[in-house]
Design a protein around this ligand. Structure first.
Ligand code: C2E
Ligand code: MG
Ligand code: MG
Ligand code: MG
Length: 287
């Protein structure tokens, strides 16, 4: 009897593995088509400064316009793109599209180049390409965008691979005027001594700490510590995933005023983003 159950257990496990593997394969196959047809779009989430009461930037977030399933977020496919190498082609497209959008916003007078930057997420594989710096330079220069309007979001995973190469690339890009944010801060494995060596401009407090910072004393303490550390390292700060006024109030008592999250706006399509910019532009100095 026991033996039979054991057999069934193994059979069940093997079946589940097979289903997982074939699902993964079909996602990958569908993604190859998606890449060749460019079924992707960028959404934009405003970044708001609650003290200055104005939009200080936005983050570009990829979406897949699946022909039958509709719009899907990156959690289900970004790792497949990364593991299969397709992220290189998609990442180049994202950079180009983001720079084109900056150029359009500038041309239409919706943003002031001194007061606005668009953040783009860079995957480890993309960053490790030997010609990454040239790719970014090309994306900016071919669209005539001021480099300071572009921010690159990297994660601690990039850093732990090869710190001297990471620093060299970041330095070269920063010399051009491009700025860097460390995304999902606090969730990775890098040590603070690494962090100190990186030529960063900004830290993003991960939403996992924000979520419970008004209910959980430990999370509140972590957020306080991150804010204090950013101040010591002279880094700008932005809080991710702010959903409630209470969370924002807590952050503001700690002098962290810049945030993105559903409280202000979810990521939205281009047209909606422009409408939000226009709606709140009374607080924007004229270009
Ligand atoms: P991320 O860079 O940390 O982006 C923040 C995520 O939080 C986004 O998820 C955003 O939609 C979500 N978010 C924003 N406000 C709130 C909020 O108030 N509450 C909650 N619960 N969530 C909020 P999304 O768009 O699903 O993106 C997930 C991740 O996929 C991103 O995390 C980023 O790591 C990656 N990603 C997105 N676009 C790209 C891309 O173009 N290239 C690369 N390499 N990765 C990307
Ligand atoms: Mg990000
Ligand atoms: Mg993040
Ligand atoms: Mg995140």
């Amino acid at each position: 009897k026991v033996k039979e159950n054991g057999r069934n257990g193994i059979a069940f496990f093997e079946q589940a593995m097979q289903i997982a593997a074939s699902e993964r394969l079909s996602v990958e196959t569908e993604l190859r088509v998606a890449v060749s047809k460019c079924e992707f779009v960028l959404f934009y989430q405003p970044q708001f400064d609650a003290l200055e009461q104005r939009i200080v930037g936005a983050e570009a977030l990829i979406r897949w316009m699946h022909p039958t399933k509709g719009l899907t977020g990156p959690m289900g496919f970004i790792h497949v793109l990364e593991e299969s190498g397709m992220i290189l082609e998609v990442g180049t497209w994202v950079l180009g599209r983001a720079c084109q959008f900056i150029a359009e916003l500038l041309r239409q007078g919706h943003i002031n180049p001194e007061e606005f930057s668009l953040s783009v997420n860079i995957s480890p594989r993309q960053f490790r390409q030997p010609d990454f710096v040239d790719q970014v330079r090309h994306a900016i220069e071919s669209r005539g965008v001021p480099a300071r309007c572009l921010k690159l979001e990297i994660t601690e995973n990039i850093v732990i691979q090869n710190i001297s190469d990471t620093i060299a690339k970041m330095q070269e890009l920063r010399d051009m005027g491009v700025r860097f944010a460390l995304d999902d801060f606090g969730t990775g494995y890098s040590s603070l001594s690494y962090l100190k060596r990186l030529p960063l401009d900004l830290l993003k407090i991960d939403q996992s700490f924000i979520r419970d910072c008004t209910r959980d004393a430990n999370d509140a303490e972590i957020v306080r510590a991150i804010i204090a550390m950013a101040r010591n390292l002279r880094l700008e700060l932005i809080a991710e995933g702010v959903e409630t006024q209470e969370q924002l109030d807590f952050l503001q008592t700690q002098s962290c005023h810049a945030f993105q999250g559903y409280l202000y706006s979810p990521p939205v399509a281009e047209g909606d983003f422009v409408r939000i910019l226009k709606r709140d532009s009374h607080a924007l100095p004229l270009p």
